[in-house]
Ligand binder design. Structure first.
Ligand code: PEP
Ligand code: MG
Length: 584
């Protein structure tokens, strides 16, 4: 007899299978009544606020101490940032003003003040770096309010058995405290590829599915859950057959991954007929860098640098840039490192500034850098100085036209000249590339190719801009089709132009790490992949199992099909024969 098994689909952000009981984390949100006080009670409320701020800071200090003993100590700077926010005198003065002038309770004043910042950040792409920082502010708000209400913080590090964490979205402080031996996976209502949950899950190497809408309403603590981090499927209260099936898949998948890694890590990445393919890694946070050699990656194909802009305050100095990139060199020695200049949006640097109506079409990435030249120059100088120590290249994001590239390059040349005058050494032959992630630059690839040293195709954005589908909107997620024929045509054209002009073309969007498309991309002529480090063995497995001719035939067959659905079906059947374990 079937039980009340239910299946939900979300966005798979960290692969693998997990089977365990649900642990529902505090899904309740505090609703703070808009309660007024008498003017003579204001001083008392301010006293309460001061005590709550103090207690919150003390709690965070204890957390930092505990973290320093754990493997997750790279999250210490995030908690440290929470402390700094709580110590900020301007923030406190804003809250006190609401208490004293508007005569509201301390908890309402805290909520009102922090919600103002949350509102400013809400219009930003929730998958973007700044969008995902909203969670930090919520985290801070909850902590202070709990302290004001004198409630004890529920500590999810106290989890006693193997569990799957179910929550709206994980808070940075909560995730940092998780015990990796107990937590088998994450499922969340919200989140996206760059959300905190996704970053932590990948770093911890545990399966995670996000953007499940209302999973916290569908699941109760103690329900048995299966997460399929390969397909984005979540099964609630599976029946016996399903449990058995996934237990086998999970066991097989773990030993398959272990064997793959042992088998392939030190082998060259080439097709059966000896054509070399390069696999680099995408890095979002510095602690992931050691994973590259662990998983057999050949360097960094995309070093996202957005993390620097939070850890070091809003604008990192040249020295902070330099130290970060030099550190990557010291870990990777002579391996290639492609540093992408900042990719965040205009309204994200100045909370409170009027939000853009269409942030994805707004002052983002290179546009922002070109409008904030001091900030841009500091990053370029930091990269150039580090280039003196290793094989560092520079990549500009969101280039939409050749003049934008020329403008960025001329700033770079000015910075180089200045450094030459000051006798600051840097790599004179440093390579300059662009991300092709806007259809206009894909269509103009023939022109761009004449002036750039290399390109990297950013499919995450290329798909959203080609198909006019917001990559963060769950309602239209079915239209976000990686293999849409129009997207494939653009990619093919870029690869062809790269070949014609003898310029290396890489792909660093998520498509490069999706093994469904590996054969197709090799067949289309892609020779450089850049993926999340943990999927390198799977991609390498597929590459080493095919010949170039076979891949070309697959590509020819795909290009006569006219819909993403048909293409995916054909590729699934084909790749399943090569690596059945990846499709179980
Ligand atoms: C992309 O757009 O494919 C990409 C790699 O950049 P990001 O995901 O950081 O926008
Ligand atoms: Mg992009």
């Amino acid at each position: 007899m079937k039980n009340n098994m239910r299946i939900k689909r979300g966005v798979a952000v960290s692969h693998g299978i997990a089977i365990a009981k649900a642990f529902l984390v505090d899904a309740t949100e505090y609703t703070i009544p808009e309660r007024q006080i008498n003017s003579e009670d204001a001083a008392q409320e301010v006293g309460k606020l001061e005590k709550a701020l103090h207690n919150s800071i003390e709690e965070l200090k204890i957390i930092i101490k505990r973290l320093q003993k754990k493997s997750t100590k790279e999250t210490v700077p995030i908690i440290d940032a929470h402390i700094k926010i709580l110590q900020d005198t301007y923030l406190k003065s804003q809250i006190v003003e609401i208490i004293k002038k508007e005569l509201f309770t301390a908890e309402y004043a805290v909520s009102k003040t922090l919600r103002k910042y949350i509102k400013a950040l809400s219009s930003v792409d929730q998958n973007s770096f700044w969008g995902s920082r909203i969670n930090d502010i919520y985290d801070i708000e909850r902590r202070v309010i709990r302290n004001l209400l004198q409630e004890k913080i529920k500590d999810i590090s106290e989890v006693k058995e193997s569990v799957i964490i179910v929550c709206r979205d994980l808070n940075p402080t909560e995730t940092a405290l998780l015990d990796k031996n107990k937590v088998q996976g994450f499922i969340t209502d919200k989140g996206g590829r760059t959300s905190h949950t996704a970053i932590i899950a990948r770093a911890m190497g545990i399966p995670a599915v996000v953007a499940l809408n209302d999973i916290t309403l569908d699941v109760s603590s103690g329900d048995l859950i299966i997460i399929d981090g390969n397909t984005g499927m979540v099964i609630i209260n599976p029946d016996k057959e399903t449990i058995k099936k996934y237990s086998v898949i999970s066991k097989n998948f773990s030993s398959y991954e272990k064997n793959l890694l042992n088998e392939l890590k030190d082998l060259p990445c080439q097709t059966k007929d000896d054509h070399e393919i390069t696999i680099y890694a995408n890095i979002e946070l510095p602690h992931e860098i050691p994973l590259i050699t662990q998983y057999g990656g050949q360097g960094i194909g995309l070093y996202r640098t957005e993390w620097l802009y939070s850890e070091a305050g809003l604008l990192p100095s040249e020295k902070e840039h330099f130290n970060a990139y030099k550190k990557a060199v010291s870990i990777l020695k002579n391996k290639k490192i492609i540093v992408r200049t900042l990719d965040i949006g205009g309204d994200k640097l100045e909370p409170g500034k009027e939000n853009e109506k269409n942030p994805f079409l707004g002052c983002r990435a290179i546009r922002l850098s070109l409008q904030n030249l001091n900030m841009f120059r500091a990053q370029l100088r930091g990269i150039l100085r580090a280039s003196n120590y290793g094989d560092i290249s520079i990549m500009f994001p969101m280039i939409s036209a050749i003049d934008e590239f020329r403008q960025a390059k001329s700033i770079l040349e000015q910075v180089k000249d200045d450094m030459r005058t000051k006798k600051i050494p840097f790599r004179e032959d440093i390579k300059i590339g662009v991300m092709i992630e806007i259809p206009s630059s894909a269509i103009m690839a023939d022109i761009l190719m004449k002036e750039v040293d290399f390109c990297s195709i950013g499919t995450n954005d290329l798909i959203q801009y080609t198909l006019a589908v917001d990559r963060t909107n769950e309602k239209i997620a079915y239209l976000y089709q990686t293999s849409h024929p129009s997207v494939l045509r653009l990619i093919k054209y870029v690869i062809e132009q790269g070949r014609k002009h003898n310029k290396p073309i890489a792909m660093c969007g998520e498509m490069a790490g999706d093994w469904l498309y590996t054969v197709l991309l090799v067949g289309m002529g892609l020779r450089i992949f850049s993926t999340s480090p943990i999927v390198i063995p799977e991609i390498k497995k597929i590459i080493t199992s095919i010949t170039l001719d076979e891949a070309k035939k697959v590509s020819d067959n795909v290009f006569v099909l006219d819909s993403a659905m048909e293409i995916d079906k054909y590729l699934r059947n084909y790749t399943k024969n090569i690596a059945p374990q990846l499709f179980e």
